[in-house]
Structure formats: C-alpha cells, structure tokens
Design a protein around this ligand. Structure first.
Ligand code: ADP
Ligand code: MG
Length: 383
C-alpha cells in the first residue's frame, strides 16, 4: 500500500454541517445503576430538547423545573443523549456521517471522554446484545463497501492499541511495547498488528479479547477503573469506477476509548499509582493542551507532549472529521466529575478544523518544537 499517504486539504468542503469546520460534540447520559438507586442516589443531570443539558447539584426530578433557572448550569451540545437512548441511535447520530466520509477517502475519528464508570466502554464497545459504536461502524462499513465496490472486493484492516503509562501496546497481540515512528503516513506504531477482517461477526469477540488485554489495575477509588486509552483504527480500502476509470478509495476511522478523566492522583499518593496517575494526566492534559491550542488558533499544536497526542496527530482538529462523545453519570455523587466533563466538552465545541483530507495527494504538517516546559508547569498546577 505504497503512496497511500497522499492527501489534500479541502478548505471549504461542500457539506460543512457534517463536521468539516468544527468538532461535533455530543453528550451521553448513562442510566442510574441499580446499586446507585438502592443507595438512594439522586439524579443531578437533566436532558431537554435532545441537546440541552442541565446540571444541578441537588435537584430531584420534581424540583427540576423550579430550580433550573436558579441553580442549574446549562450546556448545549450538537446532541445530548438521555439515558434511554439506544446504541443504534447514538451510532446513527454521531458516526454514520464519518463512515460515509471514510468511504469517500476522508479520515475520521470518534473520542469517548469522561470519568471511570460514565459509560465510555459501553458506548464504544458495548455488549454482544447491544454492540457499540466500534462494532456498528464496522458493520456499516462492510455493508456500504459491498454495495459500492465495483468488483465486490475490499480490504478492511483493524488495529487495536492502548496507551498506558506513556507506553504503547498492541491489544491484538500483547507483548513488548511498541515504538512510535514518524513516516510518510504520519506517526505509526512499528510492528502493530493489522488484522484483516472479513465480517462483522468476528469483530465483537476480537475487540472483547483486545479489551481484556487492556491494563486495568485495581485502585482504591474503583476496582475496575480503566487506566489506559484504547484506540481502534479501521482502514477501509476498495475500488470504484469513476468516469470510466478504476479509482482506489482508502479511508481511516479511529475510535478512541479514553482513560478515566478523574484525578487519578487523589486515590493513592504513595505507590506506583501516583506515577501512573501523573502519566494518565499527562496524556489527557496533553490532549487538553492540544485542544486549547486548536481553539485559540495557535500555529504550534503541542502534539509531541504525549504518546496519545502523537498517535492522534492526524485525527484531532487537523484535517479530518472529529466527533467527541462526553459520557456522564446521572448520580449526584459524581457531580464534580460530571461538571468537569461538561466543561471540557463545552471547550471542545470551539475547535475549528481545517477541512477535509482527501486521500489523493501529498500532504504533511511539519511539527516544530515541543512544549515540554509548559506541560510540566501544568502538571505541577494539576497536582
Ligand atoms: P467507563 O468505560 O466509562 O468506565 P462503562 O462503559 O464500563 O464505563 O460503564 C459502567 C457501567 O455502566 C457498566 O456496567 C455498563 O454496562 C453500564 N452502562 C454504561 N452506559 C450504559 C448505558 N447507556 N446503558 C446501559 N448500561 C450502561
Ligand atoms: Mg471503560
């Protein structure tokens, strides 16, 4: 697959509303868990009009109307999904357009952001009964490619990797950490498995297995909290006939289940956890720094500050379609985390993207110096 890194920026894409000009930001509220109900937890989030989110620290359902004007913090997103929204609805609203873009040769990416337990993995991977965005996207890709490929042939390659403690690992073939290299295609993890998928059926178990390889160690705050960022990359390639010629189409979709956004350092100051926490924060902080730099329209975006942002360099704010899904819990005990997540998501709405990339001509963004000193300062503030 030589010469596949050839790309062009299209500054004024025709259908801007599908995400060519800025990041689309969605919020998904998960249902209250049985345990939380039994413990008498109250709901602190209310979703109205499919896009407005009200956050109030102590409102009960009946207090909501009375309090929202007085106490409720109001946020508005491209869409906000209530706790009864199905996986299919979430997929259709957030990701079908990106899959369409991938079929036309534009890269796309979907991020899930939020605290541990807020529903990121449910949204991305889901369950066998209720598959999430990762599986539904691949299913959609397969069926659309089969319709459009002129000879019925296609290549769909999957790579699944994690960034844990500033180390990159292959989730489909666990082993030694992978080294990041910069080549014509951008930053790649050397030796990463490219699994050729033939049908949707095999994908769920493959990804579930991959997820079991994710590093999830017990912490005091949450026994199963996920400490790693998981990135699924789907590369789809097929041929169509255009103006009497066979044209190759290739696009990449990245689906990212970020590590819990809560302050990891609060859980244990004394052990390995705190180093790990600093590194988790490092990646998420670096992601936030990149977002801030993109929002402010800075020339230099500090992608090199973490492994996560290096890997996402071609998927964030740059010339691609980007979607953020902020996952939140309804539980009043998670009020602080929910508020942080909503603020973060609110900020992400401001990111302007440069337009689409069409995979047909040479294009490379040079990355200049690192922003290490600034990151260290931010880390000190954070901790
Ligand atoms: P995270 O990955 O953000 O730590 P999970 O996706 O593991 O959180 O969700 C925590 C728990 O809540 C899981 O048991 C999950 O099945 C459940 N859950 C999350 N979102 C939903 C939802 N929309 N509908 C039903 N159950 C959900
Ligand atoms: Mg998870």
């Amino acid at each position: 697959s030589e010469g596949r890194a050839m790309r062009t920026i299209v500054e004024n894409p025709e259908n801007c509303e599908s995400g060519g000009s800025r990041i689309l930001v969605f919020v998904r509220l998960r249902p209250m868990a049985k345990k939380e109900k039994e413990a008498g937890s109250r709901t602190c989030v209310k979703i109205v009009n499919r896009k407005d989110v009200y956050l109030t620290e102590f409102a009960s359902e009946t207090d909501y109307l009375r309090l929202k004007r007085l106490r409720g913090r109001h946020f508005c997103f491209d869409a906000a999904f209530s706790d009864s929204t199905t996986q299919q609805e979430v997929y259709a609203t957030t990701t079908t357009e990106l899959v369409e873009g991938v079929l036309q040769g534009r890269n796309g990416s979907v991020f899930c952001y939020g605290a541990t337990g807020a529903g990121k993995t449910y949204t991305m991977l889901g369950t066998v009964e209720n598959p999430g965005v990762m599986v539904l996207a691949i299913k959609d890709l397969f069926s659309k490619i089969r319709q459009r490929s002129y000879d019925g042939n296609h290549l769909v390659h999957l790579s699944y990797l994690e960034v844990y403690n500033e180390t990159v690992r292959d989730l489909l073939s666990p082993g030694r950490p992978l080294v990041l290299r910069e080549d014509k295609q951008g930053i790649v993890a050397a030796g990463l498995t490219q699994y050729r998928a033939y049908s949707t059926d095999e994908v769920m178990s493959l990804l579930q297995q991959g997820n079991q390889n994710r590093t999830t160690e017990p912490t005091r705050a949450n026994e199963t909290s996920s400490r790693s960022h998981a990135i699924l990359q789907v590369v789809a390639e097929f041929q169509i006939i255009e103006s009497g010629k066979i044209v190759n189409r290739v696009g990449k979709l990245s689906l990212i289940d970020l590590a819990g956004s809560e302050r990891a350092l609060a859980t244990d100051q004394r052990s390995q956890r705190s180093i790990e926490g600093a590194n988790i924060n490092r990646s998420l902080l670096a992601l936030s720094s990149c977002i801030n730099a993109l929002v402010e329209g800075k020339k230099h975006i500090p992608y090199r500050n973490s492994k996560l942002t290096q890997l996402l360099k071609d998927s964030l704010g740059g010339p691609c379609n980007t979607v953020m899904i902020a996952n939140i819990s309804p539980c009043n005990l998670s009020f602080g985390e929910t508020q942080n997540t909503l603020h973060w998501a609110d900020r992400a709405k401001e990111i302007k993207t440069k337009g689409y990339v069409i995979n047909d001509e040479a294009f490379q963004v040079p990355d200049s110096t690192t922003d290490q000193a600034k990151l260290v300062l931010e880390l000190q503030k954070e901790n």
